[in-house]
Design a protein around this ligand. Structure first.
Ligand SMILES: [Zn+2]
Ligand SMILES: [Zn+2]
Length: 210
């Protein structure tokens, strides 16, 4: 039997290997904070204090649509609530409540999934898809929070964070340099590895210093 997220061989029947289960748990714990932080990145030149988010959203100044989309209905909250509902259905439980502000709903959905992480890793048939989707979502949120200016995207971080949990954060070449370092886990990628990253043909992270 293999992990349904990373396909690593498993010693005992389960949906997720330990590394993927741990990675999912950590990301579910981080997503509510990432969601809150995105409010400070709604405008180009993020991080400045521009007053209440509601006012910023109405301002005739440029707003980052990608950040708005992630924070709105249909964004991060919808992915989390969708998986929580699927998990509860699979356990024969009722519909989870989705009430309150989006902030509260993000927190409740992430928490509801974290509380069931052991069952998800052991038995939830959607665990592999869920782990991969949450990893991509956390990577997107991290990229939006990245204060660096837009630069050449070379691929996703292939570093193994332990037990087969691949980092997956987007990697970019900062303007005017030839250094690529993962902003999430700190792995360095020398230029001779970029083509491998860009083609997604990563097999052995040769040359990548952890
Ligand atoms: Zn795995
Ligand atoms: Zn990384």
């Amino acid at each position: 039997m293999n992990c349904t997220a990373c396909t690593a061989a498993l010693d005992a029947p389960a949906q997720l290997c330990d590394g993927c289960a741990r990675g999912l748990d950590v990301r579910l714990g981080e997503l509510p904070a990432q969601y809150l932080l995105l409010a400070t990145h709604l405008r180009p030149g993020a991080g400045r204090s521009d007053g209440p988010v509601a006012l910023v959203r109405e301002a005739p100044l440029p707003v980052r649509e990608d950040v708005l989309d992630m924070r709105a209905e249909g964004g991060l909250v919808t992915v989390l609530e969708g998986w929580r509902e699927a998990m509860q259905n699979a356990r024969g439980w009722g519909q989870p409540a989705c009430t309150g502000s989006i902030e509260r709903r993000v927190m409740a959905a992430a928490r509801g999934l974290q509380l069931n992480i052991e069952w998800i890793a052991a038995e939830f048939p959607g665990a592999g898809d869920m782990a991969r989707e949450i990893r991509a979502l956390a990577g997107q949120a991290a990229a939006l929070l990245d204060p660096a200016p837009p630069t050449l995207r070379v691929g996703d971080c292939a570093a193994d964070l332990g037990g087969g949990d691949i980092c997956g954060a987007p990697l970019r070449v900062p303007a005017g340099t030839a250094e690529v370092r993962c902003r999430r886990c700190g792995t360095d990628y020398p230029p001779n590895t970029w083509l491998t990253l860009a083609t997604g043909a990563w097999a052995v992270p040769a040359g990548a210093a952890a």
